[in-house]
Design a binder for this molecule. Structure first.
Ligand code: THU
Length: 134
């Protein structure tokens, strides 16, 4: 799946659209995410908070789980949109690594869906943990 600027911008817009449905009554911090898989299909998700704070699901993990549930296990790019254009938290980086390659792009966007920064997942999370069964 070859990435173009048009595709990147569209992914950022879809991430921002997903943020509209964020369930964030506690932090009020809405996040949306959209992942592009190697099939060319896009899957989106938002953060889903919980009264028991630690059970909160981040948008990136929701979008990834939606893609995997649809049989898409190879992430070409992931866009994450929020008010402050935040980059994925550490836990999400490790979850993304499970389905990413060296080239998987992380697109950090505003809530308007404007691309603010582009970085590879391996830059965000060097020396990722990989399970090696003995
Ligand atoms: N959040 C995400 O959805 N993704 C991140 O990478 C960082 C944080 C959410 C979790 C919580 O609902 C809110 O942002 C504030 O932490």
């Amino acid at each position: 799946m070859k990435l173009t600027d048009e595709l990147r911008n569209s992914l950022c817009k879809q991430a921002a659209d997903a943020a509209v449905d964020a369930y964030a009554p506690y932090s009020k911090f809405k996040v949306g995410s959209a992942v592009l898989t190697s099939s060319g299909k896009v899957y989106a998700g938002c953060n889903v908070e919980n009264a028991s704070y630690g059970l909160t699901l981040c948008a990136e993990r929701v979008a990834t789980a939606v893609a995997v549930s649809a049989g898409q296990k190879n992430l070409t790019a992931i866009a994450v949109a929020s008010k402050d254009a935040v980059s994925p938290c550490g836990a999400c980086r490790q979850v993304l690594a499970e389905f990413a390659t060296e080239e998987t792009e992380v697109l950090i966007a505003s809530l308007k869906g404007v691309l603010v920064e582009r970085i590879s997942l391996s830059e965000l999370l060097p020396r990722q943990f990989r399970f090696q069964a003995s």
